[in-house]
Design a binder for this molecule. Structure first.
Ligand code: SF4
Length: 148
C-alpha cells in the first residue's frame, strides 16, 4: 500500500522545536509498504525551529499572535499533491497542521478542543482516509484487509 505519513512520526526533526515524534512501533507495522513522508509546516517555509502554531477561530496564529493561515494553506496544498493517491494517511495527532478530531484551542495553554488541522481538513475535503499514530489497531485491520 502507499501511505502518507507525517514526517515527524518517521523521525525527521521538523517539529516547531526541531524535535521529532519517531514512532518505532508504527514504523514496524508499516514495514514493506511505500511511505510518503510530508510536513506541511516545513513545506510552507516555516523555519526550524519556529514559534508554536495553534488555530483560533479558523485562523492559524503563532504564539506571538502573527496570523499565518495563508502560509500554512500553501504548504498544505503542496503536500496534498504528494499524497493525493495514497491509500490512507497517518497524521500526527493534535497538531494545528496534521491533527485529527482534536487540536489545541488557540490559547497556547495546552487545552484541546474538537477540530482538525489545516492539512488534515484539506485531505478530508479531498476524500482521503485519515488515521493518527494512536489508531494502531485500526491501521492493522486496514493492512490485513489490503493483503487479502
Ligand atoms: S506539520 Fe505535521 S509533519 Fe510537520 S512537524 Fe507538525 S505534525 Fe509533524
Amino acid at each position: 500500500m502507499k501511505i502518507g505519513i507525517s514526517a515527524c512520526l518517521t523521525g525527521y526533526n521538523v517539529r516547531y522545536n526541531s524535535s521529532n515524534k519517531l514512532n518505532k512501533e508504527l514504523l514496524k507495522l508499516l514495514e514493506g509498504h511505500e511511505l510518503i513522508a510530508i510536513c506541511p509546516e516545513f513545506r510552507a517555509g516555516f523555519s526550524i525551529p519556529h514559534k508554536p502554531l495553534e488555530i483560533k477561530d479558523g485562523q492559524v496564529i503563532t504564539s506571538d499572535n502573527e496570523e499565518v493561515t495563508e502560509k500554512l494553506n500553501k504548504g498544505s496544498l503542496l503536500c496534498l499533491e504528494k499524497i493525493k493517491d495514497c491509500d490512507f494517511l497517518i497524521l500526527k495527532s493534535k497538531s494545528p497542521s496534521c491533527g485529527y478530531r482534536k487540536i489545541y484551542d488557540g490559547t497556547f495553554s495546552n487545552t484541546l478542543t474538537d477540530g482538525n488541522g489545516i492539512f488534515t481538513q484539506l485531505c478530508i475535503n479531498n476524500g482521503l482516509k485519515i488515521y493518527t499514530e494512536n489508531d494502531l489497531e485500526e491501521i492493522k485491520k486496514e493492512l490485513i484487509v489490503s493483503s487479502r
